[in-house]
Design a protein around this ligand. Structure first.
Ligand SMILES: C[S@@+](CC[C@H](N)C(=O)[O-])C[C@H]1O[C@@H](n2cnc3c(N)ncnc32)[C@H](O)[C@@H]1O
Length: 196
């Protein structure tokens, strides 16, 4: 693995540095299940991944992947990540160590079903409240499409305003073009919380 050439690998590598066996973690957008599987591996049998997606196809794809690997520590929720605050209490009393947002649309699927500024801003704000101190919220942003560009702008604006004594926000972006999307490669936002 070359850690800085693939954003989703970079995002997961850094996220997993905040995650231990037995932790509860949230995959806000499970899609095809790759992030869910990586999180499931990290938290082990004593941990739990709560994975959200609004599309049945994404839930089905993720279920197929986790069943193939006989992963029993994943709960799949067909609902918007905007509602994670109310929903995760149904499964655990523990605070999540990490919440992972991989924004946009399901690859090779309907591009109209995408994350939106409104939902994303609520989801990320809630995730920042939910994570335990020293937990992390990781967001992969895709400014190559219109809504993705708006999401990036809104997220960065909000992240810059977070009080620095409570949160530490880092923005990572390839500065010499992307391999596939030369003008607008994906960008990463990492936010950790120092205390409640
Ligand atoms: C880029 S894909 C996620 C990829 C996935 N993490 C993986 O490892 O395969 C983005 C996903 O976000 C989902 N999505 C869009 N809006 C959502 C929302 N409000 N709540 C939860 N999921 C949402 C889409 O249905 C899509 O499956």
């Amino acid at each position: 693995m070359n850690l800085i050439t693939k954003n989703t690998d970079t995002a997961m590598y850094i996220t997993l540095a905040y995650v231990n066996e037995g932790d509860v973690v949230i995959d806000a957008t499970c899609g095809n299940g790759y992030d869910t599987a990586a999180l499931s591996e990290a938290v082990g049998e004593s941990g739990m991944v709560i994975a959200f997606d609004i599309q049945q196809k994404a839930i089905d794809n993720t279920r197929a992947l986790i069943e193939k690997d006989d992963r029993r520590n994943v709960v799949l929720v067909k609902n918007s990540f905007e509602n994670m605050g109310e929903i995760i209490g149904n499964f655990t009393g523990k605070r999540p160590a990490a919440v992972v947002f991989n924004l946009g649309y399901l690859p090779y699927s309907d591009r109209k079903i995408t994350t939106t500024v409104k939902a994303t801003m609520k989801g990320v704000a809630d995730a920042l409240e939910l994570i335990r101190p020293d937990g992390i919220v990781t967001v992969t942003m895709y400014p190559g499409h219109d809504e993705g560009r708006r999401e990036k702008q809104a997220l960065l604006e909000a992240a810059r305003k977070l009080p620095a004594d409570r949160y530490h926000a880092v923005h990572s972006v390839m500065i010499n073009g992307g391999r596939k999307s030369k003008k607008s490669p994906p960008e990463l936002l990492f936010i950790t919380k120092r205390y409640d």
